[in-house]
Design a protein around this ligand. Structure first.
Ligand code: DEZ
Length: 268
């Protein structure tokens, strides 16, 4: 049985010992640094404090509504300095997504063209579902028909919910759910807790897993990601999705190494 996590809020000595164990901190974003556009009090100072101790900080989000460049802008605007380590773009041709011509109600002509296949691009080999604030019936219909024709079913992540403005909203898993219902199978999910994501991060940032700590608000994505990735530590915060009741008690499947009420508590 995993030992109960250490509660670090207000424990100066415990916080110091915890931080000293790691060289690298992987930060989940939504629910840890901010909730939507609301930056949590103490976030900037805490990241600054960790940087001043020589820690490497890596931001690891499942949120696919923004590109890395957009995240860089959001971090800059919130006073969190960050570099975008994008060496080459992926060069994967794609369609759909944010295409404005899809932001409308489906028409009888769409039904006919999708059914006949004339509205479908024959070169499409995969359908990738992510968090989409403009999800609609037309996009779902196109995605379903690509899947029916044999396209690989992928998801950026399958989080059930998105923390924003201090509440929960439908997450990326709720976006792919209608397709799951239709095709009767789950997508291959590439974001946290998938270790494909951990391997990609490790490949890019070259850190020692035993000296890295994952900080997150969700047990089923962030904390599980850190544990299954063999990281030296995991730290849960209570400003997002998971509650401490989820790891308290016996036989809980995912238990963080430590937790704080909020990230800013790491300032001691
Ligand atoms: O549904 C989603 O995609 C997630 O709730 C959201 O993107 C989570 O982002 P993260 O907590 O990984 O920053």
């Amino acid at each position: 049985m995993a030992p109960l996590p250490k509660y670090l809020t207000g424990d100066k000595e415990g916080i110091k010992k915890f931080i000293d164990q790691f060289d690298v901190f992987l930060f989940d974003c939504d629910g840890v640094l901010w909730s939507g556009d609301h930056l949590f009090e103490g976030t900037v100072d805490t990241l600054e404090m960790l940087r001043s101790k020589g820690k490497q900080l890596v931001f690891v989000t499942n949120n696919s509504t923004k590109s890395r460049a957009d995240y860089k802008k959001k971090l800059d605007a919130m006073g969190i300095p960050a570099k975008v380590h994008e060496l080459t773009s992926a060069h994967i041709p794609h369609l759909g997504g944010t295409d404005p011509t899809l932001l409308r109600a489906i028409t009888p002509a769409d039904h006919a063209a999708i059914a006949a296949g004339t509205a479908l691009d024959p070169s499409v080999g995969a359908v990738l579902c992510g968090l989409d604030f403009h999800l609609n019936y037309l996009k779902l219909s196109l995605a379903y028909h690509y899947l029916r024709r044999g396209a690989v079913f992928l998801a950026t992540n399958t989080d059930s919910s998105l923390p924003s403005a201090g509440a929960l909203f439908p997450g990326a898993g709720a976006v792919s759910a209608p397709l799951v219902k239709m095709v009767g199978r789950e997508p291959l999910s590439l974001g946290k807790p998938s270790q494909a994501m951990m391997d990609a991060i490790e490949g890019k940032f070259r850190f020692e897993r035993a000296r890295a700590c994952m900080v997150g608000d969700r047990l089923d994505t962030d904390i599980r990601f850190g544990i299954e990735g063999g990281l030296g530590g995991t730290l849960a915060v209570l400003t997002g999705v998971s509650r401490k009741e989820e790891w308290e008690g016996e036989g809980k499947p995912v238990v963080p190494m430590a937790y704080v009420d909020k990230l800013g508590d790491l300032r001691g």
